[in-house]
Design a binder for this molecule. Sequence first.
Ligand SMILES: Cc1cc2nc3c(=O)[nH]c(=O)nc-3n(C[C@H](O)[C@H](O)[C@H](O)COP(=O)(O)O)c2cc1C
Length: 173
Amino acid sequence: MDFFELINKRQSCRSYDEREVEQEKLDKILEAARLAPSACNGQPYRITVCKGESAKRVAKETQGMGMNKFSSQAPVLLVISEEPYVKSAALGAKVKGNDYRSIDIGILSAYITAAATQLGLSTCILGWLEDEAIRKICDLKYPVRLVITLGYGKDLLRKKNRKDLDQIVTVCE
Ligand SMILES: Cc1cc2nc3c(=O)[nH]c(=O)nc-3n(C[C@H](O)[C@H](O)[C@H](O)COP(=O)(O)O)c2cc1C
């Protein structure tokens, strides 16, 4: 699939069928994640792959106030949590007052969701989550920032709803 076709095809999927995710595809997605760029190449994150009962338990912790009910349908949940910065990125973040770790996690998530799309799988990035509860389920020391649902989607392809370019782009000459 051409990159521009891929980014039109990738969409947040909120319904999944019964099929499991093949290990071979999961491995490819994780390898794509491994290749994502990050500040000072520090990769300050951990991906916890949740399947079976742990996926069901994590899904529940994305459903506060009636949100994200579909997450229980996904056979795999990828929990993205923080890890400490490498020294140079920590220094840069402090001196420049920039949250590189969140930026890195955003890029990581873009790689994961794009790779999944390439492999015929669907995803939804979830930011509505119970950090402490998921940390306990996954035995994580640092904050959980995102959960990504992964599976075979049932959503039909939607037209993208986005701002016009002039609302997000300024050209300075
Ligand atoms: C950081 C982040 C958090 C998000 N959290 C949720 C969420 O908790 N539940 C949900 O259904 N979608 C969530 N989304 C998906 C966005 O709503 C979606 O990406 C956006 O509306 C654009 O639609 P598209 O992904 O289908 O192109 C999140 C996306 C991002 C990037």
